[in-house]
Design a protein around this ligand. Structure first.
Ligand code: NAD
Ligand code: GLY
Length: 352
């Protein structure tokens, strides 16, 4: 078991290990003010883990109400968000009470945003149940819902009080969902860790899960502690994401986030190689790792689609957009380019 402390505007621990769900109640009791909470989960996760979650909370003296949303990105929307807020109000949760997110990034982002805004902010625990949520979305305090104009366009920076990362939960993940998380893991290697890339080249992420999750969380901690509100280095965590969000949107969110990140990283790395900003071996290594982890490399989107959809992304600032560009093995940098040049990057990234 590992505990990683995050010293952000709210300080909290990320606890990583096996068999942790049973400890939820006692650990939550140490960090939460009140003894009432709502546990938000989705229609796939709740049937497997809700009962054990409620039992652990209740054994520690919490009054815990379950709330289940339909699984899938479509639930990260204004309607589901308002329904959740109304549920909290009906159950008379007070400012001293808490929300518990039990699920992947969809449940975590939605519940986090509800926690940030209900009664102007209540306590919040993340129990990530996907690899993606363990290594990325549960840590760092980005919460959001989507608009029809694009992903994550409404949200708040709102840190949890505790992240309980029970690796046993990943055992029930469908293979493709586990692979989605691997895309974010490979992202961490590409943006800042040759050691992680080396380890992934030797062994599949699944075979070294505790190391992989802890390594990514430590890297995220370092970035978030230095730039919690995403004005500088935190943007590095968006490697592959500018084009990934365009790929997701073009498929009407049928392509999951992780797979889109894999394709988005391939586009930006290929473009960086074509522009002479990155050695060709980085693209070769990236593609080998993506393939070994069951991830797609190439997108069917045209350069025009990628560029136009990427421009409605929130990473655009006026007439410029900041791209995260691989520069060396295990190292990426930020490049701010005029929006008019994005099409050129997309074209270079789609070349054979
Ligand atoms: P998800 O939450 O939709 O989960 C994927 C699927 O796996 C769902 O069908 C879910 O029901 C199922 N599932 C989850 N845990 C399971 C388990 N243990 N066993 C069986 N099935 C399980 O998707 P995700 O990939 O976890 O998250 C994607 C979301 O995260 C996107 O909305 C993305 O924008 C967001 N995200 C946020 C951040 C952040 O910093 N806040 C970072 C990265 C991604
Ligand atoms: N997943 C990007 C971030 O947390 O900044």
């Amino acid at each position: 078991m590992r505990t990683i402390h995050i010293a952000a505007s709210r300080e909290y621990d990320v606890v990583i290990g096996r068999g942790l769900l049973g400890e939820l109640g006692s650990r939550a009791a140490e960090v939460l003010r009140g003894r009432s909470c709502a546990v938000v989960s989705d229609s796939n996760v709740a049937p497997i883990y809700m009962e054990a979650t409620l039992a652990s909370l209740r054994a520690a003296g919490f009054a815990a109400e379950p709330y289940v949303i339909p699984a899938g990105e479509a639930s990260k929307c204004g309607r589901v968000y308002l329904e959740l807020l109304n549920f909290l109000a009906e159950k008379k949760l007070t400012r001293a009470d808490a929300l518990i997110a039990l699920g992947g990034g969809v449940v975590g982002d939605l519940t986090g945003f509800a926690a940030a805004t209900y009664l102007r902010g209540v306590d919040f625990v993340q129990i990530p149940t996907t690899l993606l949520a363990c290594v990325d979305s549960s840590v760092g305090g980005k919460t959001a819902i989507d608009l029809s104009a694009g992903k994550n366009l409404v949200g708040a920076f709102y840190q949890p009080n505790l992240v309980l990362c029970d690796l046993d939960a990943l055992d029930t993940l469908p293979e493709a969902v586990f692979a989605d998380g691997c895309a974010e893991v490979i992202k961490y290697g590409m943006l800042g860790s040759a050691e992680l890339l080396d380890r992934l080249a030797e062994r599949h992420a699944r075979e070294q899960l505790e190391y992989v999750v802890a390594k990514c969380v430590e890297m995220k901690r370092d970035v978030v502690e230095g730039d919690e509100f995403d004005t500088g280095r935190r943007q590095l965590l968006n490697l592959g994401h500018t084009f990934a969000h365009a790929i997701e949107a073009s498929s009407d969110y049928a392509i999951p986030h992780g797979r889109a990140v894999a394709m988005g990283m391939d586009v930006i790395t290929r473009a960086a190689v074509r522009k002479g900003l990155c050695p060709a071996e980085c693209l070769t290594i990236l593609e080998k790792l993506l393939a070994a982890h069951g991830l797609p490399l190439r997108t069917d989107c045209s350069a025009e689609t990628l560029a136009s959809l990427a421009l409605s992304d929130k990473k655009r600032k006026g007439g410029t957009i900041t791209l995260v560009v691989p520069e060396r093995y295990g190292e990426s940098g930020l490049h701010t380019v005029p929006v008019g040049e994005l099409i050129d990057w997309a074209q270079a990234g789609l070349e054979a």
